[in-house]
Unconditional design. Structure first.
Length: 228
């Protein structure tokens, strides 16, 4: 995917849309109890890792959140923060630019902010989706189910399923998201369940059926397992 991931570890950058503190859309204690009851091996991982501590930032502007995700792709947190700071010059009074600001910006202006050509194109496409209404506002996204959100956002240039899954987990606090394509999660799965190699996504998905409706919590523990 898109935001910085190191081999064997999922590491959300400081200051990105993937960090923060806010309410979850479920009861984490209930979720942990349910997972313990359904999967003794996962329960052993929970004991090793400790209390569930997912941090949710909340979602005010889907455009800004996804624009930040595009900027962070394949960059360090420091480099991305510099670009985001320069992008604010395109907005009014130092605020993050609106979709119309992005579309009105010249290619030279976007390059001067530090955006590569693919990222500039992705940001323009995101802005166009926001203006034509195919990028729903936050209050609408909150009422949509997970797969509906994936279906609406995945076609946007530079926004793949992984990005949408991260938004579901770390912005919307959804309870039942399992990003099976995430390498760090799958490596954590191998460590948690004693596999010799990183499993295919379908293997994780199959095991994950027993973790419904709290696969987000299982995902968080598998990411932690990759760091142990």
């Amino acid at each position: 995917m898109e935001v910085k991931r190191r081999r064997g570890r999922w590491d959300p950058p400081e200051g990105s849309l993937f960090r923060g503190s806010g309410p979850l859309a479920f009861d984490p204690e209930e979720a942990v109890r349910a997972l313990r009851a359904e999967d003794p091996d996962l329960a052993a991982l929970i004991d090793r890792v400790g209390p569930f501590a997912l941090r949710v930032q909340g979602l005010q502007s889907p455009f800004e959140a996804l624009a930040q995700a595009i900027v962070h792709q394949q960059l360090t947190a420091r480099a991305a923060a510099g670009i985001l700071g320069r992008l604010r010059a395109l907005g009014a009074r130092g605020r993050f630019p609106r979709p119309a600001d992005v579309l009105a910006a010249t290619d030279d202006g976007l390059r001067a902010a530090g955006l590569s050509r693919p990222k500039a194109l992705a940001l323009r496409d995101l802005a166009a989706h926001a203006i034509d209404g195919s990028l729903p506002p936050a209050n609408v996204l909150r009422r949509m189910d997970d797969e509906e959100i994936v279906g609406r956002l995945d076609p946007i240039r530079g926004i793949g399923r992984w990005t949408v899954e991260m938004l579901l987990i770390f912005r919307l606090g959804r309870p039942d998201v399992l990003p099976v394509d995430d390498y760090g999660l799958r490596k954590g799965f191998a460590r948690a369940f004693g596999l010799r190699s990183v499993p295919a996504p379908r293997t994780v998905a199959r095991r994950g059926e027993r973790w419904r409706p709290f696969r987000t919590v299982a995902s968080w523990y598998l990411w932690r397992a990759a760091e142990l």
